[in-house]
Design a protein around this ligand. Structure first.
Ligand SMILES: C=C1C[C@]23C[C@@]1(O)CC[C@H]2[C@@]12CCC[C@@](C)(C(=O)O1)[C@H]2[C@@H]3C(=O)O
Ligand code: AKG
Ligand code: FE2
Length: 354
């Protein structure tokens, strides 16, 4: 059964009036986005101004994390030029002829490169998207293949993007921990003894492209998932598609606001906060008239190959640590094996809902 990358490659999807069965998802009533509330205003994740963070900002961030598991940030300090540069790099990449993109396909062993999202193997149906993952320095070889003349310039954009995003992610983590009454020093990172192997960078970038789709209601751009990160910072082009799942409201749209970035709580902050902050389930839907680009910076936290476990100050003297310790590398491996059961797999206390 051909995947979207092969379909795009053979130019098969562009001219279709209906989508092939292999791309048709079962849509149920609870699957669709709820209509606007009775007040006529559709509620969504809050927008928080980071220009002059104070105690109120930290409280707003804390509320957003515990209520939604996500928020948008304005005045975050990342230049519009850098956001435009990474978006146009992505457009240039996805506009390339399919054969060229496939020359930069991720290998069986490597994570970096062109291809479908890692979670595809857990779903029967194909997702209406293609992407490129930058998880280690091997992306540079893919860029040389894609842009023999201009790769230096494109690599420079990626490196600057990673640096700037890492700084913002650290600032956000301080605010999130502050809202829980702890600091980064309270984490007490413990070094994992004897853990060698390939160096995992602290952050990965995933460039996502969602082509125009003739039947968007029946298709799925990126299936519901949580990120295996401390937090993820998402830049989306001016086309909507991102939705977050909120227990009491169902799927809620996160419409793009020019210049703003979306911040999603990942599984590692869920572990660190002993479940006080839950990772947000989210997905991307597609559009009948407009294609969409998003760029996710998936951040594993401030330290390298260290043990991540619930912070004792958050657990409290009488509380119970709900999760065993894991390194990011181990957690990514667990996610690859059991996908949405990964948090349960490292839980020390049985969940009453199980
Ligand atoms: C660091 C990572 C998180 C990620 C797996 C990866 O090694 C690189 C790609 C990431 C991504 C992006 C799209 C959604 C996601 C679930 C996927 O399939 O690949 C995430 C992975 C994750 O958070 O588990
Ligand atoms: O495209 C989006 O809006 C979501 C992307 C995403 O969730 C991811 O890359 O992990
Ligand atoms: Fe995600």
């Amino acid at each position: 059964m051909p995947s979207i990358t092969e379909e795009i490659c053979t130019g098969n999807l562009g001219s279709l009036q209906t989508i092939p069965d292999s791309f048709t998802w079962n849509v149920t009533a609870e699957d669709s986005v709820l209509p606007p509330s009775s007040a006529g205003v559709e509620e969504s994740i809050p927008v928080i101004d980071l220009s002059d963070p104070d105690a109120t900002t930290i409280q707003l961030i804390g509320n957003a994390c515990q209520t939604w598991g996500a928020f948008q940030v304005a005045n975050h300090g990342i230049s519009q030029k850098l956001l435009d540069d990474i978006e146009s790099l992505s457009k240039t990449l996805f506009d390339m002829p399919s054969e060229r993109k496939l020359e930069a396909a991720s290998s069986d062993k490597g994570i970096s490169g062109y291809g479908e999202p890692r979670i595809s193997s857990f779903f029967e149906k194909k997702m209406w998207s293609e992407g490129f993952t930058i998880a280690d320095s091997s992306y540079r070889n893919h860029f040389i293949t894609l842009w023999p003349q201009d790769h230096t310039n494109y690599c420079r954009i990626v490196e600057e993007y990673k640096d700037e995003m890492e700084k913002l992610a650290n600032r956000l983590l301080c605010c999130i921990l502050g809202s829980l009454g702890v600091t980064v020093d309270d984490i007490g990172w413990g070094q994992k003894a004897g853990n060698s192997g390939t160096k995992l960078e602290r952050g990965a970038i995933r460039l996502n492209h969602y082509p125009v789709c003739p039947e968007p209601e029946r298709a799925m751009g990126l299936a519901a998932h949580t990120d295996s990160t401390m937090l993820t910072i998402l830049h989306q082009s001016n086309t909507g598609g991102l939705q977050v799942l909120r227990e009491e409201s169902g799927w809620v749209k996160v419409d793009p606001r020019p210049g703003n970035l979306v911040v999603n709580m990942g599984d590692l902050i869920h572990i660190l906060s002993n479940g006080k902050i839950q990772s947000v389930v989210h997905r991307a839907k597609v559009n009948q008239t407009r294609s969409r680009i998003s760029i996710a910076y998936l951040w594993g936290g401030p330290a390298g190959d260290v043990e991540i476990k619930p912070i004792s100050k958050i657990i409290g003297p009488l509380g119970t640590s709900l999760y065993r310790s894991v390194t990011w590398k181990e957690y990514l491996q667990i996610k690859c094996e059991v996908f949405d059961k990964a948090l349960d797999a490292i839980r020390t206390v049985v969940n009453p809902s199980d």
